[in-house]
Write a protein that binds this ligand. Structure first.
Ligand code: PBG
Length: 325
């Protein structure tokens, strides 16, 4: 394969040729749309650093979910913003919690759209950590029961899948056992298996009011410097019963997406997080980049690295662009 016998440009010279040899094609089937739900009626609060995204009350949420379904998106990921926080995150597993109510309404109104729920305590604890705090330390084992109760209450409300994002050790097994004991053995778990302690979550924490009030998440989320540890985390979650393994964030961790895809035999999800979205939107607003092209390039790169599905705030824009192409 040496020039001039081989000329790579031959196969790039026309759009039909390029279509024939294209290796990676993103479709709406690959996309999961994250949505934020808050109490009240007719509430649609814009989120500064995430243009096009809102804190929706359930009425608006349902409308947007319907539009997502119509655009061909198979699933949404739901994040709740409760009206009260306390040390034990009781609003996270309340039968009439915001997520539980939203799930019931969504499954009623848009039954063919899959509803995945983010299972975490940080939006619901007054200190903003993802688990129970004892003497200033996030107590792993004391958090497991509350996480499992939260997942169970989501599944009881009708959630099609639960997605623990807290990074406590052992929570996948705890959630799996709890669901199975309650006859919910067919509800899958999408584990945030490899979740880094990332500055790219900034806009999300504004949107979900989930920033920690003291310290940071370094004792439970992963060090961005570590790759080998990602394999251990993912392997543990797979053995504990995870059905889908997620890597988060996506773009700065494509090597990890690739490695998880190669080394484990479960579907892989990548979370193109709020900061990744905000950077593209900001540069686009300034006229510095072509936003729609950067969006498609980003999603293609994540899929090329090995993701079977992508959680992304671009889901609606991308699904519509793909449909209109
Ligand atoms: C909650 C959670 C976070 C995100 C998803 N679930 C924030 C965090 O861990 O601080 C981030 C999502 C995003 O930035 O888009 N634990």
């Amino acid at each position: 394969m040496l020039f001039p016998d081989y000329r790579p440009r031959r196969i790039r010279q026309s759009e039909p040729f390029r279509r024939l040899v294209r290796e990676t094609v993103v479709t709406a089937d690959d996309l999961i749309l994250p949505l934020f739900v808050i109490g009240g009626k007719d509430v649609k609060n814009s989120i500064d650093a995430m243009p096009g995204h809102f804190q929706f009350s359930i009425d608006h949420l349902t409308r947007t979910a319907k539009a997502a379904h119509e655009a061909g998106i198979p699933a949404v990921m739901l994040f709740g913003i409760p009206d009260k926080k306390d040390p034990l995150a009781t609003a996270a597993y309340a039968r009439d919690g915001i997520v539980q109510k939203a799930v019931r309404e969504l499954k009623n109104r848009v039954p063919d759209l899959a509803v995945i729920t983010d299972v975490c305590l940080c939006q619901y604890t007054d200190h903003g950590h993802c688990g129970v705090v004892e003497k200033g330390i996030v107590d792993n084992d004391a958090s497991l029961d509350l996480l499992a109760r939260t997942a169970l209450s989501h599944a009881n409300a009708g959630a099609d899948m639960v997605a623990p994002s807290d990074m406590m050790d052992g929570r996948v097994a705890e959630i799996r056992n709890t669901l199975d004991e309650e006859g919910l053995e067919s509800v899958p778990i999408m584990s945030y298996a490899v979740k880094y302690c990332s500055a790219f979550y900034g806009p999300f924490r504004q949107a979900a009011h989930s920033a920690p009030k003291f310290g940071d998440r370094r004792t439970y989320q992963m060090d961005p410097a570590n790759g080998q540890e990602a394999i251990r985390e993912a392997t543990m979650d797979a053995e504990e019963g995870a059905d889908i393994l997620m890597v988060k964030p996506a773009l700065p961790y494509l090597d990890i997406v690739y490695r998880i895809r190669q080394e484990l035999d479960l579907p892989v999800a990548a979370y193109n997080v709020s900061g990744e979205y905000a950077m593209v939107k900001a540069a686009e607003e300034k006229g510095w980049i072509d936003g729609p092209r950067v969006m498609m390039e980003t999603l293609t790169a994540i899929k090329r690295a090995g993701a079977d599905m992508i959680l992304t705030y671009f889901a609606m824009d991308a699904a519509r662009a793909l449909r209109d192409r």
